[in-house]
Every structure is written in C-alpha cells, then in structure tokens.
Ligand binder design. Structure first.
Ligand code: SF4
Length: 157
C-alpha cells in the first residue's frame, strides 16, 4: 500500500509515533481492563489489526519488535526470521523465497539507519518468537510483560 510504504520509508516519524502510542497504551489499557477485561483485549486486537495491519502488514505475532527492525515487520519475511537477513538474499536485495519481493531484512537494515532513537536496536539478537502469543495483542502483551518472556532455555539477547 503506497501510504504505508511512504511511512515505513520515514521510520524516524514512526519511532516517535511508537513512543507516543506506547505511553498511551500503558496508561489506558490497565484502566480499560479494570472496566471490562474481555472488551479491553478485543479492542486492542481490533485496533492493532487496523492500524498496524495497514501500516506494517502486521501478522499479529503478539510480540512486537518493530522499533528494533527499522519499523519493518519481520513476520513478513517468508521464513519468519526474527534475526536476519538469512544467507539467501538475491542481488539487488530481493528475497530468496519470493524473488520479486524486496528482502524484509534488507529493508529493515536500510530503514533502521534512518532512525534517530532506536537505530542501534537492530543489532540486538532477538529470542525466538513465542507462537503461543499469535493472534493476541502485542500492545496488551507489552503492558503485561508477556512479550518479554523468552522461551525456556533461551540464553541470547
Ligand atoms: S506485532 Fe509482530 S507481526 Fe505485528 S507488526 Fe509487530 S512484529 Fe510484526
């Protein structure tokens, strides 16, 4: 989508929006959950599907690391890599699996260089994605700390 591609190519704007959204969700979600837990979660999921779905083609992994990946969703990588790129990037930065698609990780690297706050975070080794959180709200998981629970045995990071 052109709108989202333009925004993703301006990650310095998005990282600021991320900080504002994070602060707002941290304040609002606990209050919403006290009022109506089920609706609160449903609202978060719907909001995320709409906003992040449009902006980032979010796959609702429930553990958002966009600010560590140049505001480029790593779950759009056909190999679902949380650390990339793989060794198969084609010439001109195209994907090994889908040759006419730009490599998500090449885009992430290029975009991260344009970030002002989180530029270095792309060098942090990410734990394997927790598939148990698939379909849940990464915003809610962030408030509740669920997104930081690495799988047992993980010693990286
Ligand atoms: S929540 Fe997961 S799938 Fe959605 S944008 Fe963030 S990293 Fe990508």
């Amino acid at each position: 989508m052109p709108g989202s591609e333009w925004l993703k190519d301006h990650p310095a704007l998005l990282e600021r929006a991320y900080l504002v959204a994070k602060a707002a969700v941290k304040r609002l979600y606990p209050w919403m959950k006290r009022v109506h837990p089920r609706w609160a979660e449903r609202l978060m999921i719907t909001g995320e599907e709409m906003v992040k779905g449009y902006l980032f083609n979010c796959q609702m992994c429930g553990q958002c690391i966009l600010h560590s990946t140049g505001m480029t969703c790593p779950m759009n990588c056909p190999k679902n890599l949380r650390n990339g790129p793989c060794g198969g990037v084609r010439p001109a930065g195209m994907c090994e699996v889908i040759p006419d698609m730009p490599c998500v990780w090449v885009q992430a690297w290029e975009r991260s260089k344009r970030m002002m706050i989180f530029a270095k975070d792309i060098q942090v080794i990410q734990p394997p994605v927790n598939r148990a959180l698939q379909g849940s709200s990464a915003w809610a998981n962030m408030v509740e700390g669920k997104d930081e629970q690495a799988p047992k045995g993980w010693v990286g990071g």
